[in-house]
Design a protein around this ligand. Structure first.
Ligand SMILES: NC(=O)c1ccc[n+]([C@@H]2O[C@H](COP(=O)([O-])OP(=O)(O)OC[C@H]3O[C@@H](n4cnc5c(N)ncnc54)[C@H](OP(=O)(O)O)[C@@H]3O)[C@@H](O)[C@H]2O)c1
Length: 231
């Protein structure tokens, strides 16, 4: 794993699948906010390239990299940004390392080619299924399902949509809301992990809206909530 300096007052964040669209955007934004980020990847070459690109954009060595297990074992906050088809196997690979940690799961159970149609898995929610699989020793928090990756990747772009944050552990949700506020996004408590079914489903609604109105990156904004997690 390449070394990156540890900011003493900040947590380390591991991003499994951090070479992908959402993962790169989150790595860039958290590293830019002063967090130490470790990209977890199945490919050390791909991870090295991604971390070098982000470090070059930021002008400092803020992002390191390793395998999924190396990354997950090194951070109190683990973020999962892999396709739905790889979600369970990626979590299984690191499951024994996750006790006591917060797992932020961004998964949307899209089933190509009909991604504009809600197709939730049996049981209702892809992320709730991971909480059930891991048990209560891991605090799973669902977030970012409705944030387009290309907006995260552009530091100059203010992402004005709300991030709905679901999880059974309120303190873990609060931690994640602060992490999201630290990268300049607005985040809201959206209830227990079961409610992730709604945020996962909403992504297909937004994809439909993008197609119908020929826009990229339609998002959601909740009205009449004056106090949001926002830096
Ligand atoms: N794209 C969006 O706008 C968006 C928005 C909100 C939520 N999401 C959700 O966020 C998650 C990540 O989306 P993404 O668009 O960032 O995905 P992506 O770019 O297609 O893939 C992300 C990473 O997943 C890893 N991966 C692990 N197993 C894989 C497999 N079997 N096949 C392909 N990749 C695999 C790869 O990293 P390594 O090869 O380095 O391991 C890959 O770079 C998804 O669950 C998606 O539904 C996406």
């Amino acid at each position: 794993m390449s070394a990156a300096p540890i900011a003493p007052a900040r947590s380390r964040i591991a991003i499994l699948g951090g070479t992908g669209n959402v993962g790169r955007g989150l790595a860039l934004r958290w590293a830019n906010a002063g967090y130490e980020v470790i990209i977890g990847s199945r490919s050390s070459e791909k991870a090295a390239l991604t971390s070098a690109q982000i470090n070059s954009e930021l002008g400092r060595p803020a992002v390191g990299h390793g395998g999924y297990r190396e990354a997950a074992g090194s951070a109190p906050i683990v973020v999962l940004t892999v396709p739905y088809a790889a979600q369970r196997s990626a979590v299984e690979e690191v499951a024994d390392l996750l006790a006591g940690r917060i797992l932020i799961d961004t998964t949307v159970p899209l089933m190509p080619p009909k991604v504009a149609r809600v197709q939730l898995p049996s049981g209702g929610s892809a992320v709730a299924a991971i909480q059930e699989m891991l048990g209560s020793s891991v605090r799973v928090v669902s977030a970012f399902q409705n944030v387009p990756a290309h907006l995260l990747l552009d530091l100059a772009h203010e992402v004005e949509c709300d991030v709905l944050v679901c999880g059974d552990d309120v303190a873990a949700r609060e931690t994640v809301i602060q992490l999201i506020a630290d990268i300049g996004l607005s985040a809201l408590h959206a209830g227990p992990i079961a409610n992730s079914a709604a945020t996962e489903a909403l992504t297909s609604v937004l994809i439909s809206i993008n197609a119908r109105y020929k826009v990229q990156g339609a998002g959601i904004r909740i009205t009449r909530v004056p106090c949001r997690g926002h830096s």
